[in-house]
Design a protein around this ligand. Structure first.
Ligand code: SF4
Length: 619
């Protein structure tokens, strides 16, 4: 869901000072909520028996993979049912008032005055054709009934509360003139404008740079506590929820599988799914290999057995026979697992990285020397890469890490020839690489790239078999026509996909499966260098870990060199042997991975590392 709850039917009288009612806000309670989607077979239950208490002044995190039911549960609990969804039972109370049976008019009034929603895509909540200030003022004049002068004053207060830099100028700007972080602060200011009792944050920092996200999170936490608001924060990222939430509710297959105080729950996880989510997290503080969670969530409530059984490393016969109840371990801690008592606190199964730190070995395979890349012309010219030099050695995994605008992806594009540098040289196996179009067939084959978004890199009109088969036809002289199907099948097996998926189209696959197809297509060419450009970005944490595992295995088995481009420092630590840190198109620091993470030399690297949240229970 990316849309906020609709606004009210009309103006509502009242003047509310910023911070008024501090400490007097009410509680939001979801009781035994059940929701289903209409389907060919009648209905598919997607939320079952969910009860959550959200206390004022605290942030309750809802965790789980995509399809776990966390967003559907939160939106259904404010009567904002996603299209095709129907409430089967349960109730929700705000300030003691039951809200799910209100008529449409009363509901719209409630949404406009007491409940706010902040989506991942802040831009979706803003009108692109109107200035920021006038949009905020409109909420205050129309929804709150404030006179124009008071609305202007309060707009300034709100922008200050969300710590928008240079707020006076920003209010005169249009949305497209602001950065993602600034837009998200404005979306939060808009959510605060009606002085609500409850705010639902739906992955609001996804897509923001790590330092910006850290600032937004710190600001949010302060505002919620200071104003005594009840807040729900939805995210698949346990590290983020560890940093921001007070209470944590872990969802799986539409049900709550574990809940409790965040700190305690993450330090002493009792449900195998919570443990698996923690083990899937890479770490900036420890040399760890994250573990993927095999398989996919069922995407519906499973009522005749444990819905996690097919993915659980602790499953026994009972787990396939009975549906576990959510039982209290003590008054604030609930767990849904038939083996919770005997398993006790679940320890990490993530493996430490034991390889010794070695000096860089192998001959340089790629040498980038004084590279400068620009976009645009004249006054609009932007220098994206500014005098960057780097070396990648054979069979090495080199990380290129930085925030947006650091130039890391531009370097990848220049190496593949998708972009012509303004100056500098790129040498491949000792020879200068010419522009694309003048490269040899061997150079095309030897350097492959996997992009961030498989939705745009995989042609939706072709089947998986065709997409990989085309790479085989282009790059594999050693494969005769009749052997092509076997090679495609083997390429799919290598990325742990069933060869029967060959006949599917990309839209028939999950996000993680699509990225694996993109990986299979790159590795089937038998390249010497694979550039992985943000390949785990936008994926669930469990899928990210699986992709990291796979790409590492492929790199080892085929003795390929990897240039791993990412904004995710923890992921880079888990896979790279050598790391370059970029900022504003320049290299700030480069060093062997352990050295860089244990004793960063550059102030910028230290700032980046300090901004990465990490739960205590992740190792
Ligand atoms: S009930 Fe069984 S399968 Fe489910 S989480 Fe517990 S041990 Fe695993």
């Amino acid at each position: 869901m990316s849309r906020p709850p609709p606004g009210s039917d009309g103006p509502r009288a009242g003047r509310v000072a910023l911070g008024a009612g501090r400490g007097s806000r009410g509680e939001f309670e979801i009781r035994d909520l059940a929701v289903a989607y209409a389907s060919d077979s009648g209905h598919t239950p997607v939320v079952g028996g969910v009860s959550v208490r959200v206390r004022p002044g605290l942030i309750t995190g809802l965790a789980g993979e995509s399809g776990s039911g966390k967003t559907t549960a939160a939106l259904s609990a404010i009567a904002y049912l996603p299209a095709g969804a129907r409430r089967l039972g349960g109730e929700a109370l705000l300030d003691g008032q039951s809200i799910l049976d209100l008529d449409r008019v009363a509901l719209r009034r409630l949404w406009a005055s007491k409940i706010s929603y902040v989506a991942q895509d802040a831009g979706a909540a803003l009108n692109p054709a109107r200035r920021i200030g006038s949009q905020l003022e409109e909420i205050l004049t129309v929804n709150r009934g404030l006179p124009r002068a008071a609305a202007r004053l309060r707009t300034a207060e709100l922008l200050e509360a969300v710590r928008l830099p240079d707020a006076a100028r920003a209010r005169r700007r249009y949305p497209h003139e602001l950065s993602g972080g600034q837009l998200q602060r404005i979306a939060i200011a808009m959510a605060l404008a009606p002085d609500p009792r409850l705010i639902i944050f739906d992955e609001p920092t996804t897509g923001l740079d790590v330092t910006t996200a850290a600032e937004v999170i710190a600001m949010l936490g302060g505002l919620i506590r200071e104003r005594g608001l009840a807040a729900i924060y939805i995210s698949h990222d346990l590290a983020l929820l560890a940093a921001i939430s007070d209470e944590l509710v872990v969802f799986y297959a539409g049900e709550v599988v574990e809940s409790g105080p965040t700190r305690e729950l993450l330090r002493t996880p009792r449900h195998p799914y919570t443990r698996a989510l923690l083990d899937a997290l890479p770490s900036t503080r420890r040399a760890l290999r994250p573990r993927g969670i095999p398989g996919l969530p069922p995407g519906r409530v499973v009522s005749d057995r444990c819905g996690f059984a097919s993915r659980c490393s602790h499953a026994d016969a009972r787990c396939s026979r009975e549906h576990p109840a959510l039982v209290p371990l003590h008054p604030t801690r609930l767990v849904r697992c038939v083996r919770a008592g005997e398993l006790g606190v679940l320890l990490s199964e993530a493996a430490p990285i034991l390889e010794p730190v070695r000096a860089r070995q192998g001959a340089p395979i790629l040498e980038v020397d004084r590279l400068v890349c620009e976009y645009g012309q004249g006054a609009g010219r932007i220098v994206a890469v500014d005098d960057v030099s780097l070396v990648v050695r054979e069979r090495e995994v080199v990380g290129l890490v930085g925030e947006s605008g650091s130039g890391k992806s531009t370097i990848g594009r220049a190496i593949t020839g998708l972009l012509i540098p303004r100056s500098g040289t790129i040498r491949w196996r000792g020879q200068e690489l010419p522009a694309r179009g003048r490269r040899t067939p061997a150079q095309y084959r030897e350097i492959q790239i996997i992009f961030q978004n498989p939705d745009s890199s995989l042609n939706p009109r072709h089947t998986v078999g065709h997409l990989i088969g085309r790479a085989v036809a282009l790059f594999r002289d050693d494969v005769s026509g009749s052997a092509g199907a076997d090679v495609i099948a083997e390429a799919l097996r290598e990325v742990q996909l069933d060869p029967t998926l060959m006949s599917r189209y990309p839209h028939q696959l999950s996000g993680g499966q699509k990225q694996r197809v993109a990986m299979a297509r790159a590795f089937v060419a038998r390249p010497r260098l694979v550039i992985c450009d943000e390949i785990i970005s936008g994926q669930d944490v469990s899928v990210q870990a699986t992709i990291l595992e796979l790409v590492r295995t492929l790199q080892r088995e085929h003795e390929t060199t990897l240039l791993f481009i990412s904004h995710d420092l923890a992921a880079v630590r888990s896979i790279a042997q050598y790391v370059y840190v970029l900022q504003g198109g320049r290299v700030q620091e480069h060093a062997p991975t352990e050295q860089l993470f244990e004793a960063p030399g550059a102030e910028y690297t230290r700032r980046l590392l300090a901004a990465v949240p990490e739960p205590e229970g992740s190792a």
